[in-house]
Design a protein around this ligand. Sequence first.
Ligand code: NDP
Length: 242
Amino acid sequence: MKTALVTGASRGIGRAVARKLGKMGYYVVVNFNSKIDEAQITLDEIRTEGGDGEVLQFDVSNFENTKSTLEAWLASHPEHIVEVLVNNAGITRDLLMVQMEQEDWGKIINTNLNSFYNVTKPLLQGMVRKRYGRIINIVSLAGVKGNPGQVNYAAAKAGIIGATKSLGLELAKRNITVNAVAPGFIATDMTAELPEAELKGMIPMNRFGKPEEVAAVVGFLASPEASYITAEVINVNGGIYS
Ligand code: NDP
């Protein structure tokens, strides 16, 4: 059974991506950390739209927890082939560097950067064996351009961009593509506190994006049609920066 894993699929961009992949015919593993009810809503929406999947809890920032959960899942689901991995889970802890404590740095690096290793590593072997795979990492405008108040977050996202390019080159001959999608301002819980009316003035399209507008690009990169695109970063930001 062709399967896609989306981390942080209980809300926001991850939910929209999970729904998109469900509509594309993938069995979707809806990962979440703390909000099981929200993850269940994502799964219900996938089923309403004619797809199927399941929810799976693990903390992407925790190496042991992620490894043991994914290995147990793979062992108990031998009929599933994980073709698509979307590393989407992420958090922010915005503050100026002068005020940043080690914990503010470490938490963001663990959740947004180390998670890439934690989740991707257990799934890579299967893709290499099948000689097919699509890995899509959700990065950020901040990781491409930099952003004051987000030194920790931008460092993690820029790190993922480097990892995307390098892993893409490592796997290019094996029919596995690795790409990143860099959203600008997208209307989700993460940006709910931001003053949209003020900020939209600096966005050429004069509005925040919708999660579905990011999911559309992820869906394309996940599809067989995107077979000649790898190690690439695609901006989805209403023209704010490229
Ligand atoms: P939300 O805050 O709406 O959702 C975050 C998701 O990540 C939730 O599903 C949450 O799970 C999950 N998550 C957080 N920590 C963990 C963890 N340790 N383990 C597993 N899952 C976790 O965020 P967005 O949808 O806005 O963001 C999604 C991605 O897009 C992130 O990587 C973010 O950095 C990136 N992005 C977002 C932008 C925006 O404007 N919104 C702009 C640029 C990039 P739970 O519900 O269980 O807590």
